[in-house]
Design a protein around this ligand. Structure first.
Ligand SMILES: C[S@@+](CC[C@H](N)C(=O)[O-])C[C@H]1O[C@@H](n2cnc3c(N)ncnc32)[C@H](O)[C@@H]1O
Ligand code: SF4
Ligand code: SF4
Length: 350
């Protein structure tokens, strides 16, 4: 049995936002099915998952690409996951008019609020279509409901860190998390999906066309704008990867957490290769319900795209480093490190 296993069930295939770092925002035509998952399909998927149950710690996230609070039946979905003894997880941009009261009453185990700023300019640049005031009012409402229902849900600020929000926004949100008794989880923002990163590496002449394997997406001026804001560009990640000794690279190749410890299920019940890929050709099954666990895993293991992805180190979170972990922590000087970094690379707003 695995220590932890995660299923990402995409209950809403579209989003009210167009974040430039996410394929929903940076890939013109959504190639996967849009729309909302119906309860019958969801129930069948959860029933299958609860039989397979690869771990005592099996988590079901109600999102992959898309905004789960757009689904009016979200509370019912959460209750169904909980009724099967699985761990329920929501991640939201919290910029919808969803019935938060019903959602919190349904008692998800975890509710993550994805955001990238406390200032209008920073937030609305990287969370495109977002409204800071709606976000703030929903955050306050969540806190009110958390207290009202003595909620056991773990509330998390999933803070996407860019060059422009490294200091003031970071500090303000960290303080707010303390005040509200929410967890604060900063994460270095990256360009998604994997296809977009490969298209960028091709455009920069770092890799040849043979790596692309039919990838359709290309790089636009908006992608360049976004990449300028990233703390680590795809090029920097690539440089880091090739700087490793061959033996280190070999030891990091072959195993991919996204393949071994996670399965994504799209809104139409189909299965993408992993949560990092978006284009249709990387679908490994038309229907999760028709697949045995073993067969699905075999299909994923056989997919030639993984070999290319691993060769480039794209299966790893290369942005993690001791310096980053330290500067995001509460240790002595971490705030000063972020301030200096912000002055050097960012556009500090205070
Ligand atoms: C694609 S989102 C879908 C769920 C929901 N719409 C949201 O934004 O939370 C899935 C997860 O990706 C994370 N995410 C989004 N953009 C990111 C980025 N640029 N870098 C790292 N993680 C990101 C979000 O925090 C979220 O937990
Ligand atoms: S990251 Fe979430 S909120 Fe932003 S476009 Fe993607 S799905 Fe929507
Ligand atoms: S190796 Fe790459 S493409 Fe394959 S599952 Fe892992 S992240 Fe996805």
């Amino acid at each position: 049995m695995k220590k932890k296993y995660q299923y990402s069930v995409e209950i809403a295939g579209s989003c009210n936002f167009r974040c430039p770092s996410c394929p929903v925002g940076n890939m013109d035509n959504r190639q996967k099915a849009k729309g909302l998952m119906d309860f019958k399909l969801f129930k069948d998927i959860i029933d299958k998952i609860s039989i397979e149950k690869p771990s005592d710690n099996t988590v079901v996230s109600v999102f992959d690409w898309g905004e789960p609070t757009l689904h009016p039946e979200l509370p019912r979905f959460i209750e169904y996951i909980n009724s099967k003894g699985l761990i329920s997880r929501v991640s939201s941009n919290l910029n919808t008019n969803a019935d938060l009261s019903r959602i919190i009453k349904a008692a998800p185990d975890q509710f993550k609020i994805s955001l990238s700023g406390t200032q209008k300019e920073t937030y609305e640049t990287t969370h495109k279509n977002g409204n800071l005031y709606l976000l703030k009012s929903n955050i306050n409402r969540l806190k009110y409901l958390k207290d009202k229902f003595s909620s056991k849900t773990e509330f998390i600020f999933g803070f996407h860190v860019y060059k422009n929000n490294l200091y003031r926004d970071f500090n303000e949100l960290k303080d707010l998390a303390k005040e509200l008794d929410f967890k604060f989880e900063p994460i270095v923002a990256k360009l998604m999906p994997i296809e977009k990163v490969m298209a960028y590496l091709l455009q920069k002449g770092i890799i040849g066309k043979e790596y692309l394997q039919g990838i359709k997406t290309t790089i636009t001026s908006k992608d360049f704008e976004l990449i300028k804001l990233l703390i680590f560009s795809p090029e920097a990640d690539h440089k880091k990867w090739i700087s490793f000794a061959d033996s280190v690279r070999n030891s990091l190749t072959g195993f991919c957490k996204k393949r071994e410890l996670k399965t994504s299920i799209a809104v139409d019940g189909s299965v993408p290769l992993c949560c990092g890929t978006f284009e249709n050709q990387f679908k490994v099954s038309k229907n999760f319900l028709d697949e045995t666990t073993e067969n699905l895993h075999k299909k994923r293991l056989k997919n030639p795209f993984c070999k290319t992805c691993m060769e480039l180190g794209l299966h790893l979170d290369l942005a993690r480093s001791r310096v980053i972990d330290y500067s995001f922590s509460e240790r002595p000087f971490s705030k000063s490190i972020r301030r200096i970094a912000s002055e050097l690379i960012g556009r500090p707003s205070s």
